[in-house]
Design a protein around this ligand. Structure first.
Ligand code: 13P
Ligand code: SF4
Length: 305
């Protein structure tokens, strides 16, 4: 660890004890932020951790929708984001008015929202899902036709695994994963013919069809813990490589360097320190919105994946 980071890390540790706080960080966070986290994980894992912790304060290092989900599941805890400007451009692709118009086009069909949505949108859907449980969530619905917002590519990938239902996708997407082009994966495969390819389901179908594994970020973590492969091509946000290296340093990882989520990089160690020191920035969700959104998230967590 860099000397400055070590000092900040020690201060963070001290404040964490004082505040009875826990630091939850997504797998895409900066290495120095991952290093001070109590729990690292994907969207599903982090929401479960948020629900289970007995800390008084949750410092959430990720993006807005993730911290909001933590608040929904832990309404009595103080949930803080070190940088509240860290959003998810995909989540902002659908507002409640757009959701209502989409529903009006397909009356009666239940709506599944990827957790990458605002609390306002979650409040008007039937159930949430993450990239780790989208197949189980859709299977659980007693309907032949299901609306899926906002990620058209996660919808497409899920559809292939649930052929007996018709999934109607909303046309949202993730810029960072769209930057991963099939040519980049093919070039890495040519350079490293022995390498295994793992990609996130937010990637386009011409990328997912080149992959040996399509999985959520925690699915990727599990895979590298168990695989015999010596080289892995990583088709998701570049921050993932630090996490994977931690899990299995014996593997050589080849990321697609253009895949950066600028919002995931907004949370820095000094901001984490300030967050703990000044108890900022608090996540607050209007009670009427929170009630509906919580129901959609809890229905998902009850599915049991
Ligand atoms: P995971 O839930 O797989 O970590 O993905 C979250 C995300 O935002 C991917 O871009
Ligand atoms: Fe949102 Fe994409 Fe960033 Fe994930 S990587 S938080 S989907 S913008």
């Amino acid at each position: 660890m860099h000397a400055e980071n070590a000092v900040t890390g020690a201060e963070i540790e001290h404040l964490k004890q004082e505040r009875n706080a826990v630091i939850l960080a997504h797998n895409y966070q900066l290495p120095e932020v991952q290093d001070v986290a109590d729990f690292l994980g994907d969207s599903l894992g982090l929401s479960k951790q948020a629900a289970a912790t007995d800390a008084d304060v949750i410092v959430f290092c990720g993006v807005q929708f993730m911290a909001q989900t933590a608040k929904l599941l832990s309404p009595d805890k103080l949930v803080l984001m070190p940088d509240p400007e860290a959003g998810c451009p995909m989540a902002d692709m659908i507002a409640p008015e757009q959701l209502r118009a989409f529903k009006a086009q397909h009356p009666g069909a239940p709506v599944v929202a990827y957790v990458n949505t605002t609390a306002e949108v979650k409040a008007e859907v039937d159930i949430c899902c993450t990239s780790a449980n989208s197949v189980e969530v859709i299977r659980s619905l007693d309907a032949d036709t299901v609306l899926f917002v906002p990620d058209r590519y996660l919808a497409h990938w899920t559809q292939a695994h649930v052929p007996d239902k018709k999934i109607i996708p909303y046309p949202g997407f993730c810029h960072s994963h769209l930057g991963i082009e099939p040519e980049a994966i093919l070039a890495l495969k040519r350079e490293h013919p022995e390498a295994v390819v793992i990609v996130h389901p937010e990637c386009t179908p011409d990328v997912t069809e080149l992959a040996d594994l399509v999985a959520s970020t925690s699915g990727m973590v599990r895979f590298v813990r168990e695989t015999d492969a010596k080289e892995v091509i990583v088709g998701t946000e570049v921050g993932m490589v630090y996490r994977l290296q931690r899990e299995n340093p014996n593997i050589t990882y080849y990321p697609v360097e253009v895949a950066i989520c600028p919002d995931m990089k907004k949370t820095t160690l000094p901001k984490v320190l300030t967050s703990l020191k000044d108890l900022v920035y608090e996540i607050d969700i209007e009670p009427e919105i929170a009630a509906g959104a919580r129901q959609a998230v809890e229905r998902m967590t009850q599915i049991g994946t």
